[in-house]
Design a protein around this ligand. Structure first.
Ligand code: BES
Ligand code: MN
Ligand code: MN
Length: 455
């Protein structure tokens, strides 16, 4: 098997680079055609790799690609999930090389989507090809690669609900998360949920002279800033009433286990060029970024931001706000609590609009399941070290829905690193990680089939 991977090293890489060259940005309608081209590319590669029933499924948004190989109905079935859409590459001027023209430097691929999630899901197609070509496939495989993960997977939700039979499986395998380091393999056993919304604060019906009206009429930007500032107290605690009501606190043993993972706070600060970290009092950085909920402004705008000075009292201010959620918060509940609170704290001098964007539920998976053990054994075999279970801070909205609709747990066997710079400029993915993934995935299938057999 490793022979086959070795022989096809260049081919495996060049195909990924071709996929990366398609600017499949789901959030921006200007890339609609590229989204389709990416879906067709994925369909053709899955088909060439040897899958059956390969098809593009239309949705009211971007298409979903599906293919499967059922070698023996009595064998376990693994559903592989990934996403071919990527985040917008803006701002382009922060990139050292054009985001959709991948370059290889220092053994890394630099491009938007290099890691998230093109580099990671493409490993599965190549691992699948390898297993078929070397006659070593030990499970049935279903592959579903969607195009709307970065915008909340809302149409995939409908698709999953309508195609439960087709997607029926024993477990779900996903590579769309990170490990601690190349020599410290780890597996994320949880994801945070998400509530994302946009707020608008409106003062007067038009922009006003800040001298003539200033001091007498509410400035929506000032008001928005005060309102946002009041959403956290001096301990970094979120002040929205009821926000923490359903948060499941960890036991001291669970907290100790989390904090036992290798983490160097000084290195962390040095890497980010910050003098200190910030966050909720009473929790470590690991906890703050994985098992505690957050509230962050992702963007804020209004008024005059051109060159020079313009004296204006703007009529409107806006912000995009996200909250990361932990078990057992739900995105719907938190969205409602936020909306109610935000309207309640607004002064009578302004009007407020809250528009929800997308959301997703948090997720946790136990470490004593057969599928977790298979992933652990696979990584131990390929890395020569047992992977550490960690809790991830990011979100993959469909994972909780898989559990609800298919009744199956997902295994987050990701090969990325935090230094890959997901969503930022100069995103990258290590060649080591790409090939290690292709090598490890067949081992997951091998161990999973063996564990299921004796089960
Ligand atoms: N692959 C990421 C999620 C991720 C990254 C999880 C690293 C764990 C470690 C995924 O593509 C992503 O970016 N999800 C979004 C959510 C979505 C609804 C926009 C996120 O977490 O912001
Ligand atoms: Mn992703
Ligand atoms: Mn992402």
């Amino acid at each position: 098997m490793n022979n086959y991977i070795e022989k096809n090293r260049d081919k495996f890489l060049n195909e990924l680079l071709d996929l990366i060259r398609i600017p499949s940005v789901s959030a921006d309608s200007k890339f609609k055609n590229d989204m389709r081209r990416a879906a067709e590319f994925v369909r053709d590669r899955i088909s060439e790799a040897g899958a059956d029933r390969v098809e593009i499924y239309e949705t009211p948004g971007h298409p979903i690609v599906y293919g499967e190989k059922i070698i023996d109905p009595s064998l376990p079935t693994v559903l592989v999930y990934g996403h071919y859409d990527v985040q917008p590459a803006d701002p382009y001027e922060l990139w050292d090389s054009p985001p959709f023209e991948p370059v290889i430097k220092n053994e890394r691929i630099y491009a938007r989507g290099a890691c998230d999630d093109k580099g990671q899901f493409y490993m599965h197609i190549k691992a699948f090809e390898t297993m078929l070509a070397t006659d070593s496939l030990t499970c049935n495989v279903k592959m579903m690669i969607e195009g709307e993960e970065e915008v909340g997977s809302s149409h995939l939700e409908t698709f999953v609900k309508e195609n439960r039979d087709m997607l029926k499986c024993d477990t779900i395998l996903i590579s769309d998360t990170s490990m601690i380091a190349n020599d410290v393999p780890s597996i994320e056993t949880g994801l945070r949920g998400l509530t994302y919304l946009e707020v608008e604060v409106v003062g007067a019906n038009r922009d006003l002279h800040s001298g003539v009206y200033g001091g007498g009429v509410a400035n929506p930007i000032n008001v928005l800033c005060e309102m946002i500032a009041s959403l956290k107290d001096e301990n970094g605690h979120i002040t929205i009433p009821g926000f923490y009501d359903n948060v499941q606190d960890l036991t001291q043993a669970e907290r100790d286990a989390l904090n036992a993972a290798p983490f160097d706070l000084d290195e962390y600060k040095k890497d980010l060029k910050i003098d200190d970290v910030a966050g909720e009092k009473g929790y470590t950085t690991i906890e703050r970024t994985s098992v505690r909920p957050t509230l962050d402004v992702n963007g804020i705008w209004g008024g005059y931001i051109g060159e020079g000075a313009k004296t204006v009292l703007p009529s409107k201010a806006n912000a995009k706000i996200s909250m990361r959620l932990v078990p057992n918060q739900t995105d719907q509940e938190i969205c409602d609590l936020f909306t109610k609170h935000f309207k309640a704290i607004a002064p009578a001098s302004v009007k407020i609009k809250v528009v929800p964007h997308h959301g997703g539920l948090p997720y946790v998976t136990p470490t004593d399941s057969l599928e977790y053990k298979a992933a652990e054994m696979a990584m131990e075999e390929s890395f020569g070290k047992k992977p550490i279970p960690t809790r991830g801070g990011g979100s993959i909205p469909i994972v909780a829905l898989f559990e609800q609709e298919l009744g199956r747990k997902s295994i987050l066997m990701g090969f990325g690193l935090d230094l890959d710079g997901l969503h930022g400029p100069n995103e990258s993915y290590g060649l080591f990680n790409y090939y290690k993934g292709i090598e490890t995935i067949p081992l997951f299938f091998k161990h999973y089939a063996a564990l299921k057999k004796v089960d």
